[in-house]
Design a protein around this ligand. Structure first.
Ligand code: NAD
Length: 494
């Protein structure tokens, strides 16, 4: 990555961002705007439309009309594929510009953002574009005088609500399969990370997506998100974000048209290190990056370190050393390891968790503080807290910040029990040289993803989803397509 190019892009003034409705850029119907504050320095970098319920209703109506007249769903699969492939190419061609815009908005370090955001979004769109003309219906094994067919039809209008940590990557996890299967989509980006996703949506139009097939409305979740959730004209809601909002979406569905709701929620993922791990130095470095990258604002972050008691002190020292070696700071410098926390509110919440941990007997081994305050931005030192008991707040509640809680264990059974002692079940890892133990951990730990001797980095070919209060209905892989189709039976007397 070229630092000079990044510096040129970051200095570019940004014009005001509007909604994207019916193929046009439109301001909020009442003219309202919201300031966009950069977590890098706390400065206002632009404004975006503060959507109203009427704006969201217009977007939904546009998506519905586009679906009903078949301008997208009615196109031959090869034509839809061509548009989506072109979109992926455009995302790639504009990758650095999109990544820098996103980082100015949400604070992720650029080294991670360039791969995880435009890089991963383009790969995801391409994956579903290439899949869409290889998905068949079924012929049932019926009696000879009957033909039983199972069609896979698009569901109609999909509402997609996206969080702030990886807006383009997570946006693409929803948009790729939804659009590939012929649906129309109404997108609602997060208040504190809308810009890059809005630009990515504009590129879809440039690639040839017909107007109205993808609409995007910015603004407060409680206003435009709620209108989307309560709409009688939205068929499926797909969401990534917090458990509290997920609960509300289920209520909205129950109070309106009982639309299907798929939730990808938070986690408290256990990273379990046995004394027989193949390489403790490597395990320590990965444990540190597995919680501290993107300032811990990663749904699968390994936020609970469970360490076999025999190596506890030695291993914690290694993780602390790795944490202290991470450069925290300006996320637009290519050599930064950990960027900014997304908002001042999130930073305060992170620090609050550290204070609670101290009152509950935890000991801060490294970090624990706000740093680089003179920049005006929101930065926190990678933080490790030992002595975290099974029921402590830090063991039970998702922080979504750079805070690692450490708990020792004696036996494999105790490790599994500790791992399964939260309401979550998103991801986890076990480090061991024992093949049998590795498989027992995969079976025993209740999560959607289990890593062995590594952490994170699973690509688009495998599903990502949680169990328990981490959600339902995985993103990624061909399995995700099931969320965006209805099965229709045709029972034909011959
Ligand atoms: P959030 O729930 O606060 O916001 C997510 C989105 O929901 C935003 O677009 C927001 O505007 C919208 N929203 C808020 N209130 C709403 C309402 N009443 N009705 C409709 N929409 C509403 O979550 P966040 O803080 O942006 O994201 C962090 C959370 O996301 C963490 O819990 C994290 O673990 C989770 N996450 C999960 C995954 C996963 O794949 N499981 C991935 C990334 C993040």
């Amino acid at each position: 990555m070229d630092q000079t190019k990044i510096d040129v892009l970051r200095a570019q003034p940004l014009s005001a961002f509007t909604h994207l409705i019916d193929g046009k850029q439109v301001p909020a119907s009442d003219g309202g705007t919201m300031d966009v504050i950069s977590p890098i320095d706390g400065q206002v970098i632009t404004t975006m439309a503060a959507g109203t319920a009427a704006d969201m209703e217009a977007a939904i109506a546009s998506a519905r009309a586009a679906f009903e007249d078949g301008r997208w769903a009615g196109q031959p699969p090869a034509a839809r594929k061509k548009v989506l492939l072109k979109w992926a190419d455009l995302i790639e061609a504009n990758a650095l510009e999109l990544a820098v815009l996103g980082v100015r908005d949400n604070g992720t370090e650029i080294g991670m953002a360039i791969k995880a955001e435009p890089g991963s979004a383009a790969a995801t769109i391409r994956y579903y574009a290439e899949a869409l003309d290889k998905i068949y219906g079924e012929i049932a094994p019926t009696p000879g005088d009957i033909l039983g067919l199972v069609h896979k039809e698009p569901v109609g209008v999909v509402g997609a609500i996206i969080p702030w940590n990886f807006p383009m990557m997570i946006g693409a996890w929803k948009l790729g399969p939804a659009l590939a299967m012929g649906n129309s989509v109404v997108l609602k980006p997060a208040e504190t990370a809308s810009l890059s996703l809005m630009r990515m949506a504009e590129l879809a139009l440039e690639a040839g997506l017909p107007p109205g097939v993808l609409n995007a409305v910015t603004g407060e979740g409680r206003v435009v998100g709620e209108t989307l959730g309560l709409s009688m004209d939205v068929d499926v809601l797909v969401f990534t974000g917090s458990g509290g909002t997920g609960r509300r979406l289920m209520e909205y569905s129950a109070r309106s048209n009982m639309k299907r709701v798929y939730l990808e929620l938070g986690g408290k993922s256990p990273n379990i290190v046995f004394a027989d791990a193949p390489n403790l130095d490597e395990a320590a470095k990965v444990a540190a990056s597995g919680i501290f990258r993107n300032s811990g604002q990663v749904c699968v972050a390994g936020s609970r370190l469970l360490v076999e008691a025999a190596i506890h002190d030695e291993f914690v020292a290694k993780v602390a050393q790795a944490a202290e070696a991470m450069r925290v700071g300006d996320p637009l410098k290519v050599d930064t390891h950990v960027g900014a926390v997304n908002s001042e509110e999130q930073l305060k919440a992170n620090l609050g968790f550290v204070e609670i941990a101290k009152t509950e007997g935890g000991e801060v081994v490294t970090g624990g503080d706000r740093i680089l305050q003179d920049t005006g931005g929101y930065y926190m030192a990678p933080t490790i807290v030992t002595g975290v008991t099974r029921d402590a707040t830090l063991a039970q509640k998702e922080v979504f910040g750079p805070v690692l809680g450490v708990t020792p264990f004696e036996t494999e059974g105790e490790a599994i029990a500790l791992a399964n002692s939260t309401v979550y079940g998103l991801a986890g890892a076990a480090w061991t040289s024992n093949l049998g133990r590795a498989h027992r951990m995969v079976r025993g730990v209740r999560t959607g993803v289990m890593h062995i001797n590594t952490y994170g980095g699973a690509d688009g070919t495998v599903p990502l989803g949680g169990v328990g209060q981490s959600g339902n209905g995985a993103d990624k892989s061909l399995h995700a397509i099931e969320k965006y189709v209805n099965l229709k039976t045709a029972w034909i007397k011959l």
